[in-house]
Design a protein around this ligand. Sequence first.
Ligand code: 13P
Length: 256
Amino acid sequence: MKRSIVIAGNWKMHKTNSEAQQLANQIRMKTIDITKTRMIICPPFTALAPVYDIIKDSAIHLGAQNMFWEKEGAFTGEISAGMLKSTGADYVIIGHSERRQYFGETEETVNKKIKTALENGLKPIVCVGETLEQREENITLKVIGKQIRGAFDGLTPEDLQNVIVAYEPVWAIGTGKTATPEQAQEVHFEIRKLIAELLGRETAEATVIQYGGSVKPGNAESLLSQADIDGALVGGACLKADSFAEIIHIAEKLKK
Ligand code: 13P
């Protein structure tokens, strides 16, 4: 089964609207030759519509970094799936470890958000990952298993066609420490195995599983060459057009 390579940039809480438009424009110019790799950029909510204006005629897709599951109502500060769609976004990151860690995201809220995203035609990028203590305690696979089961509760194989999984070990995020390609591959393999158990082998084989955590031009090739690593969710290195475009070009050259 041939899976496409998907490179997404999570801009986190960076960029004013003018800075965001400038960065999006630079990325667009530097990736004009890309035909095979799926490219997604995820600016903050405030910059979604302005960035969409820049990339709408390009191959770059727009994603958000979070959303709420209710359709509308008295939920001050929250943003619905419909609102995201109206900006031009077609992806949304769900359950990023920073949201689990700082904003009380749970397996239950992650599951609700995934279902709402899918109902509204948004493709969720579902993040899972263990902390350093959990890795040292040797419970990485148990933790990831629980997160995946929780996230995918009630989903069908058809739903999974529109879901991307991102394995992001918490200890590798923003720390400059990357999981070795072997460490990442081991977890990706187990995630795929679990998806096969839950939703069938065919679904598992077709699911894109990205790696995230200090992905840079210097380590992208070794990570993306692994059998079960189908892309990257890039943080720091996506804030500069040069390094993000370089990672995309590395992906484009790799024939899986
Ligand atoms: P860094 O690439 O900065 O480690 O961030 C990874 C990440 O959290 C992407 O979602």
